[in-house]
Design a protein. Structure first.
Ligand code: GAF
Length: 385
């Protein structure tokens, strides 16, 4: 992670004022994919890749946004934010958060915001959520306002849905805002209740980047969500109590699956069984039943790849190549799909050799050197003052 005192110093140098500094982490999802917007279960952990946000007030009516990653500074009129639209630029994320806060009735003040992040972009580790949540905490500090964390996560999700234009669920913003060091979180996306499960110290989170870019905005993610919702509408036409696939069963699919498109039937089968797997996974992790943890991850990957068709050749290979390596407990593609990273739960004592071996096997097969990170579950967003 970036040196916070250097980040703070650079902000002061650029904007001439001492900033308040905030951090928000990315996440890795252990299991429960494309279940959040179906009001189901997910089991993510915040990780030690994060976004930093430094903020200080200004007196010229402007919002100055500076990205250290892009080396770019942009200025906007604070009073114009409520009428602004997304422009497919990195500033959409912080502006989206500001726009949602304006819609909540906050008078948006002038401020300078510096941003820096090390969550790998487009890799399914929620760089967007980290950016939104860090921005939200920073802007709320100049507004002298606070929100309970679940509400803060909802505001950031709305920034992404309503301003950026991506139809994501609540998982990423929620875990970024509420993560807990050394724990994974079983989150019920219906009522946002959650339970923290310790990740045993002898288990490492090894994240392997296929280097195939993933995106939630537009494209396949949106198509999958529509297919899931179409399946739900068929079941709801027979059982009006079913509002989301969370309420549906495999039995429903057996009865009314023939009224759905072949795609919707498969997507729904993934979501319904993934919800069951996620709850079972949490119990297995809590009991220390690592055979069951690994079995459920393997089943989840097969379902994600074959029923949900959200994997790719590279991710399937990354999971396959991990299978025979010493120390592996379980492996699957994590995040929104169509590229990005696999999550490998690995015995801590084997993690380094596992990472090296997986990297060279993958490079041998695809001619691409993958980034492989041994991560730790970290705390959620917070002030660093
Ligand atoms: C992306 C989305 F942003 C999440 O809301 C979730 O749907 C995930 O893909 C798939 O589980 O990260």
């Amino acid at each position: 992670m970036h040196d916070v005192s250097i980040f703070r110093f650079k902000h002061k140098q650029r904007f001439g004022a001492e900033p308040a500094v905030f951090v928000a982490p990315g996440r890795v999802n252990l299991i429960g994919e494309h279940t959040d917007y179906a009001e189901g279960f997910v089991m993510p952990a915040a990780i030690d890749f994060a976004t930093l946000a430094a903020i200080s007030p200004r007196s010229d009516g402007k919002i100055a946004l500076y990205s250290e990653n892009y080396g770019e500074e942009r200025h906007f009129d604070a009073s114009a934010v409520p009428t602004m639209k997304a422009s497919k630029h990195w500033t959409d994320y912080p502006l989206g958060v500001v726009s949602i806060l304006a819609g909540e009735g906050h008078a948006i003040p002038a401020f300078s915001l510096s941003l820096w992040g090390d969550v790998p972009l487009g890799s399914g580790l929620s760089s967007s959520a980290a950016l939104e949540v860090a921005t939200a905490l920073a802007v709320l500090s100049v507004l002298n306002a606070t929100y309970p964390r679940p509400q803060l996560a909802r505001l950031c999700q709305r920034a992404e849905n309503e301003f950026v234009g991506s139809s994501c669920g609540i998982m990423d913003q929620f875990i970024s805002a509420n993560g807990s060091k050394d724990h994974a979180m079983l989150l019920d996306c219906r009522d946002l209740s959650f339970r923290l499960a310790p990740i045993p110290p002898d288990i490492a989170l090894v994240i392997a980047n296929t280097m195939v870019k993933h995106s939630v905005t537009g494209g396949d993610y949106t198509t999958r969500r529509a297919e899931v919702e179409a399946a739900c509408a068929v079941i709801a036409s027979h059982r009006p109590g079913v509002q989301f696939l969370r309420d549906a069963t495999v039995d429903d699919l057996e009865r009314w699956g023939n009224e759905m498109s072949a795609e919707s039937l498969k997507r729904a089968h993934h979501v319904i069984t993934e919800n069951l797997r996620t709850v079972s996974f949490a119990k297995a992790l809590e009991k220390g039943d690592m055979n069951e943890v690994g079995r459920l991850m393997a089943e989840a990957h097969t379902s994600y790849s074959q029923d949900f068709e959200a994997s790719c050749v590279e991710a399937d290979a990354m999971v396959e190549l991990a299978q025979d390596l010493p120390g592996l407990i379980g492996a699957r593609l994590t995040g929104g799909g169509f590229g990005g990273c696999t999550i490998n739960l690995v015995e801590q004592s084997q993690a380094t050799t596992f990472a090296q071996a997986l990297g060279s096997l993958y490079a041998g097969q695809f001619g691409i050197v993958p980034q492989i990170h041994i991560c730790h579950a970290s705390d959620g967003a917070r002030a660093l003052n």
